[in-house]
Design a protein. Structure first.
Length: 420
DNA sequence: TCTGGGGTCCTAGGACCC
DNA sequence: TCTGGGGTCCTAGGACCC
């Protein structure tokens, strides 16, 4: 049995933990740059705020209903997430952190126990220790556990836990779930299903295998098995090393100067390189892209990207920056209003497996030592104080975050003060 | 007059997730 | 004025080899 624990409206709930005045009020949390609503409290959903709506399109709705608006505060959400995961790991031998607000718990060793009761205890404990509400779905496969979890939220199941402990319970949830709401069915596959008369997860679970295989490939077929209670999606208890690492951001305002864009590229690449070293990998390729704002129809549009193979696999920040700037130089054209640039490192290999190039006369050992020192110093200071010249210190492209809450749990000066 | 077949590797793009 | 960011997996099709 898999138990899926999912925090309810995670970001808005995090904001509530340290600001109880928000209880019962509609809250939305915005994406980077305060662009779109990416998380909503139940009250905000009830007011009709859809996922991904641009903030500027709902200004009236926000004003008229006194919707509380927050910029994303990932320092806060990430820290609360860690706390929830730590609590959950105390209940079961194994768990898989699936996303910032979800974890699968392995309950297979608890055979014969009342798993619903276990779920109720877990939920109570998480709430007691963090102030965050969670829902729990328990089922024979991950897909069904996801579905059971959603069922809890949609039907406000008492206790916040639903255990699909027998065939009838499974069938009820399958019949309740529309195909488009199945984990793994997006708009494209949903259209295919509906066109052929499969409206619910129950319908799909009875579809012929060869039809599913043909129309929805092996991905769809695995999903079909999962709906039938046969686990096909395995545990991933250790997060596997990343195969690509990317960093991209929209600018706070449109940019035209190459020097500003170079600074952004250098900083994004520094971020990627840091993550790269953290997982002990080197990159064999880099990718750089640049684009204008597609929503500004009055502007000339430009989108270009370039992938560049590196002569030697590397994780050195200055070296990666140098290549990224070379790549940018090839694709950059003046006279456009740029909205966004991004970089990626690809073809990642473990550091120990890297091959040295035939004409490589760089002292790699020394280079690695320097980067190690930079990482150590920056980690100790808690921010990227040691930087390379091209990264600059003042950036003109910085994000808008007009409604950000304090970093209550990760910055000493932001700690909640209580006066008695 | 006639122009193979099978395999591997790589890349771009689609679909999906949170 | 104003529309997010970071990933994974799969497939089709081209290049190349024998």
């Amino acid at each position: 049995m898999f138990a899926l624990v999912d925090c309810n409206n995670f970001y808005p709930s995090c904001e509530r933990v340290f600001n109880p005045k928000l209880d019962g009020k509609p809250i939305i949390v915005l994406s980077n740059n305060d662009g779109c609503a990416i998380a909503r409290s139940e009250e905000a959903k009830a007011l009709g705020v859809e996922m991904g709506t641009p903030a500027h399109m709902i200004e009236n709705l926000i004003r008229e209903n006194d919707i509380q608006v927050y910029s994303s505060n990932y320092a806060l959400y990430g820290d609360l997430s860690d706390r929830v995961m730590t609590i959950l790991s105390g209940f079961v031998p194994d768990l898989e952190c699936y996303s910032i607000d979800e974890a699968f718990l392995d309950t297979s060793q608890l055979y014969g126990q009342d798993l619903r009761q276990l779920g109720v205890t877990i939920r109570k404990t998480v709430h007691q220790h963090t102030g965050l509400p969670v829902s729990i779905g328990i089922a024979p496969t991950k897909t069904l556990a996801k579905m059971a979890n959603r069922y809890v939220k949609k039907n406000r199941i008492a206790g916040g836990v639903h255990w699909l402990s027998n065939a009838e319970a499974v069938q009820e949830v399958l019949q309740f779930t529309k195909v488009g709401d199945i984990w793994g069915i997006g708009p494209a596959r949903s259209r295919v299903c509906l066109r052929h008369g499969f409206k619910t997860a129950y319908d799909l679970s009875r579809a012929p295998d060869d039809w599913v295989l043909k129309k929805m490939s092996v991905v769809g077929h695995r999903l079909l098995q999962e709906l039938r209670g046969i686990p096909c999606i395995e545990w991933e208890l250790e997060p596997p090393p990343k195969k690509n690492i990317g960093s991209s951001r929209s600018f706070g305002k449109l940019m035209t100067q190459k020097i500003d864009i170079e600074q952004a590229v250098a900083n994004y690449m520094a971020t990627c390189a840091g993550k790269l070293r953290k997982q002990g990998s080197c990159a064999g390729k880099i990718h750089v892209f640049i684009q204008t704002n597609p929503f500004r129809t009055q502007d000339a549009q430009y989108f270009r990207s370039i992938t560049m193979s590196l002569p030697v696999d590397t994780s050195s920040t200055p070296e990666l920056i140098r290549y990224a700037l070379k790549a940018l130089d090839i694709i950059f054209k003046p006279e456009f209003n740029y909205l966004k640039v991004g970089v990626m490192v690809l073809n990642l290999v473990p550091e120990k497996q890297t091959q040295s190039g035939m004409f490589d006369n760089k002292d790699r050992g020394k280079d690695r030592q320097i980067m190690k020192t930079v990482d150590t110093v920056n980690k100790a200071l808690g921010k990227d104080l040691v930087r390379f010249a091209v990264q600059g210190f003042e950036n003109r492209y910085k994000l808008r975050a007009a409604h950000i809450s304090p970093r209550y749990t990760t910055r000493l000066t932001d700690i909640v003060k209580i006066t008695a």
